[in-house]
Design a protein around this ligand. Structure first.
Ligand code: BDR
Ligand code: CA
Length: 356
């Protein structure tokens, strides 16, 4: 009798294990993309890659200023999701300015004091448009068919992470402002986040905005510092150390535009004239590398774990990424810094996802 009962328990156990394994195998990787959205490269392509991959569940796109103002980023996210016909992916607009007060207003003084290595200051170089509808109308004509959700990006992050404990990969591929505020308002989400994958920082390589700082972490150093010092279960940093090794070129452009699809049309409109002018034109694709390694972690060929920090002293090194291999200063956490990827596999993945 006892043996029969034990047998039944064992068989129920086996069935449950089987069900769990099957559902694990079919489980999609849940992602929230937090982006300073542009059309196509690079935030736009990163979003399209994630949205088009069958193993990724893009739970939402939260918008942060950086490359673009919130109004612009929201319009670009909406437009590209319309092209993909993915009205089901929520877009939530976030924090309007970086944490340091008066940054935008004093940019010219900063430029003189710290010496910029690039004239590109993202949205700081333009006046902020009145609304996302204005941007949409001006750039694409008419009215969007997707409405951003009626929830602040910070609340969207908090609620979505709480609804999917231990399952969400958060990807700040712009300045870290939204995530920084989310973890300050609701620190209980910190242990619920599966991993954070940043595009940001430059450790063993010079900055691209000032001699010392990479754009995303330069734009809001305080926010980046708050995030990388948080004890997340896993932090992967896709910074300039890896991103500056790979460039989009005419060969990749030709592969993406070889099909008759709406994405190909967008690529032709945006990059066709560049390649016509100069067939040797190339460009970096930063955020798309972050998207690619979330989709296919086997792309990673070299990474190093260090304690990391971001300098937030308002001086020449404002926004510089700091990595300590032996032991970090008090309060720092470990992160994996990406150095190389399998290049062929990366471009193949991108081409495949953009030509679907
Ligand atoms: C990063 O800054 C932004 O301009 C790009 O989208 C990328 O996230 C590169 O430094
Ligand atoms: Ca970006």
């Amino acid at each position: 009798m006892l043996t029969m009962k034990r047998c039944r328990i064992v068989s129920v156990g086996i069935v449950l294990l089987f069900v769990a394994l099957v559902s694990l195998a079919g489980a999609k990787e849940k992602v929230i993309l937090d982006a300073d959205m542009v059309l196509l490269y690079d935030d736009g392509v990163a979003m399209m890659m994630l949205a088009n991959h069958p193993d990724i569940e893009l739970l939402g796109v939260t918008i942060v200023p950086g490359n673009t103002w919130l109004s612009e980023g929201t319009a670009y996210a909406v437009r590209q999701l319309e092209v993909l016909n993915r009205k089901d992916i929520p877009v939530a607009s976030g924090i309007r300015y970086p944490l340091r007060a008066g940054r935008y207003e004093t940019m010219e003084v900063e430029r003189k004091m710290f010496g910029f290595s690039s004239s590109y200051t993202g949205c700081f170089g333009r006046t902020e448009p009145a609304s996302f509808l204005d941007v949409y109308r001006t750039e694409f004509g008419g009215r969007p068919t997707i409405k951003p959700v009626d929830k602040h990006a910070v609340n969207f992050l908090i609620d979505t992470i709480k609804a999917n404990p231990g399952e969400v990969t958060v990807m700040p591929i712009g300045p870290c402002t939204n995530l920084a505020i989310a973890i300050r308002i609701a620190p209980e989400i910190i242990p619920l986040i599966k991993r954070v994958v940043y595009m940001g920082g430059a450790f063993d390589t010079p900055g691209n905005t000032t001699p010392s700082a990479e754009f995303n972490w330069w734009f809001d150093p305080e926010a980046a510092k708050m995030c990388v010092r948080t004890p997340f279960a896993d932090q992967l940093i896709v910074g300039l150390d890896v991103c500056e090794k790979y460039r989009f070129n005419k060969k990749i452009f030709d592969r993406i535009t070889a099909v008759n699809k709406p994405i190909a049309k967008m690529f032709k409109e945006k990059y066709g004239p560049e390649f016509k002018k100069n067939p040797n034109y190339t460009r970096l694709v930063w955020d798309t590398i972050a998207a690619a390694v979330v989709i296919d972690p086997a792309l990673i060929t070299e990474e190093e774990t260090r304690w990391v920090d971001v300098n937030s002293d308002y001086g020449l090194d404002y926004g510089r990424s700091l990595g300590y291999s032996k032991r970090g200063p008090a309060g720092t956490q470990k992160a994996r810094i990406l150095f190389t990827i399998d290049e062929k596999r990366f471009w193949d993945l991108m081409v495949d996802l953009l030509t679907k």
